[in-house]
Design a protein around this ligand. Sequence first.
Ligand code: SMG
Ligand code: MG
Length: 385
Amino acid sequence: MQVHRIELLQVRMPLVSPFTTSFGTQETRLALLVRVEATADDGRGGTSDVVGWGECVAGEHPVYSAEYVAGCHHVLTHELVPLLLAAPGPDGRPGDVNADGVATALAPIVGHHMAKAALEMAVLDAELRGRGQSLADHLGATRTLVPSGVSVGIQDDVDTLVGVVGGYLDEGYVRIKLKVAPGHDLDLVRAVRTTFGDDLLLQVDANAAYTLADADHLRRLDDFGLLLVEQPLATDDLWEHAQLARTMATPICLDESIESVADATAAIEMGATTVVNIKPGRVGGYLEAVRIHDRCRERGVDAWCGGMLETGLGRAANAALAALDGFTLPGDISASARFFAEDITEPFVLEDGHIRVPTGPGLGVAPVPERLEGMLERRDEVWPA
Ligand code: SMG
Ligand code: MG
């Protein structure tokens, strides 16, 4: 595929309500998008001009992980895009790339998975649009609808939380995830379990807020029949997670700690995780995400697709990924309206607690120009430099 132009766009989207986790509260989503213009093979000997989109899931500040929007913008502009595109392709011209080669081409740059994933996603979208193939089909999806779970932020008090959860259940969400933190945990979980009963699929996410010294306290979560506790300890506490897992009935699920199929394998082997949250951005792209999915399936480990408050672009791609049959638990793939009054694409809506997997070429969705324009903060052409 011959790339002609790459642009980075930054959009700021107000959230419908503040989202509070163990590391803070956010009121807007600053999203970094990658737009690729290319001439792609149609797979039948011809070519077509296409536009591909990628979404970088990094947050505005480096609090969930080390990556953040301004840093991703910088590394994409000055390192990743030049590295990928400036090298001459087989015909000697720069800009000749294919999605399968992106990760290898970018390997000399250490880390920066979210930035790399966004670039790979845009190239992949463009390539698939050229071929007229959907991302779901390309990744090996087997479902047309994926079950939708919702992530509920920490609320001011327990009654408010119960009200918020009740609202989501009325909308049809099939699984609830409660954000927890020291001082905001057992009472919240108890209230939700007591109010909505034992059949509710319920899990919690600590975003690395505890230490192994809290093990006795965390074990009290075992009383509530949770599907899992997500990332209770620090990102690099793999061994500590393994020790905690041995003494807790509730399955441990790693999120922040898993940045590659190698991490996932190590964590599974040492018993640090018995369920895996697969987030394509965190692991460097959808292709690595499929490799982690395959590894989980081989080992009989449950997996589910995480969320990063994606726009409709990332949401579309996550729905395609979650449609693979090794995704055995509902993902954090909610309706667009969970976070945004207006999405940049046509919104994803709940259909009886599920999200429909797009079937159109590539992501199957694209930004609606007026909406994108309305939320655009910045647009930079980064290639040709
Ligand atoms: O997109 O539904 C979503 C958000 C899901 O809770 C969610 N994500 O640790 O899993 C997680 C968090 C990370 C984002 S918090 C800024
Ligand atoms: Mg998480």
